[in-house]
Design a protein around this ligand. Structure first.
Ligand code: SF4
Length: 336
């Protein structure tokens, strides 16, 4: 990197002060709130998190409230946000914080890392933003900014693992007087200016420090896989008495164990009326989902175990840990 470190920090922090998006979790340094936001933001778009963040904090406003909740109630608030392991681990961590730390988050990155579900990234984010520890944060955005600033040589010379190089480089750049703001500024730069497909170098506050000015492309996106699946929407009754048939996933399922979904049917059900088709993406798989209507399907055609099926009154659905796909279908069908 050319230029001076102090100039770099001043340019980045000045830009962040002027241009940072006004996001609700940036209005506080409360460690519980920062932690919730950082867990929600993992692998999830800001726009999606905005829908959930306020609602989650209304239901679980404190560490104690989260620790005392039933797991199903936590999953119900997470329903649709995906990567449900995050919610389960958060719940476990809240119990540990209440039982071992009196409900207050530990204040160092090292201690935070001991909690369930908190890795290097989250520990550094909470420790720097809430407690002012000079811990560098490295997420996908920061990695991309560093790679473009220094060029591919950054990872080639030393023989060290890439993660270690990124962490050390981010640590060298970090402003130890304002670590929380600096970390957020680096991530914001990657999210809004030094974006994956088209970095906007013309407006970049650190372009004079950048070796590649966008020449270094990041790798091509992973190709998406496709799967076709079928579900059935069965309802009975009307108004507040309307009920929907749901099926609970097994506790040993690798994805979304214990959550509630619509009963599955074999794809291409003969003579069945198609209610809707939906595309639903989970990680790198596009699910092309056909949803069949109640009266077109014989109950025995349903896949799965009858013991796992349950009629649920519509007003009670909000308390159920629905999968994102089930929630999407129920909303489109105007049941939710
Ligand atoms: S100049 Fe361009 S490539 Fe370099 S950090 Fe800024 S936006 Fe990214």
């Amino acid at each position: 990197m050319t230029g001076d470190l102090l100039d770099f920090r001043a340019a980045l922090l000045g830009w962040y002060g002027e241009n940072a998006r006004d996001l609700p979790w940036r209005r506080t340094r409360d460690a519980y709130v920062v932690w919730v936001s950082e867990i929600m933001l993992q692998q999830t778009r800001v726009a999606a998190v905005l829908e959930y963040f306020d609602r989650f904090l209304k239901v679980f406003p404190t560490m104690e409230a989260l620790a005392e909740a039933e797991e199903d109630a936590v999953l119900a608030q997470w329903s649709g946000l995906g990567y449900y392991r995050r919610a389960r681990m958060m719940h476990k961590a809240a119990k540990v914080v209440v039982s071992e730390y009196g409900g207050r988050m530990p204040e160092t990155a090292a201690a935070l890392r001991e909690l369930p579900g908190i890795g290097e990234y989250t520990a550094a984010a909470v420790a720097s933003i809430s407690f002012g520890e000079a811990a560098p944060v490295v997420d996908g955005n920061v990695e991309r900014v560093l790679l473009r600033m220094y060029g591919p040589e950054l990872l080639e010379a030393s023989g060290k693992a890439a993660a270690k190089i990124f962490r050390e480089t981010a640590g060298t750049l970090l402003d130890s007087q304002r670590p929380g703001e600096f970390n957020q500024a680096m991530m914001e730069l990657g999210a809004t200016v030094c974006t994956p497909k088209g970095p906007v170098c013309m407006v970049c506050p650190v372009r004079t420090h950048c070796r590649t000015q966008g020449e270094h492309a990041t790798g091509p996106a992973k190709p998406m896989r496709s799967r076709r699946v079928g579900y059935v929407l069965m309802v009975k009754g009307r108004g507040a008495k309307m009920e929907v048939l749901l099926q609970q996933r097994g506790n040993r399922e690798s994805q979304m164990p214990g959550m509630w979904e619509l009963p599955g049917v074999p794809e291409g059900l003969p003579d069945a009326a198609v209610l809707m088709t939906v595309r639903h993406a989970i990680t790198n798989t596009n699910y092309y989902v056909t949803v069949y209507a109640l009266d077109a399907v014989k109950r025995r055609a349903l896949k799965g175990d009858a013991e796992r099926m349950q009629w649920v009154r519509v007003p009670e659905l909000e308390g159920f840990a629905l999968t994102g796909l089930a929630r999407k279908v129920l909303k489109r069908a105007e049941v939710l």
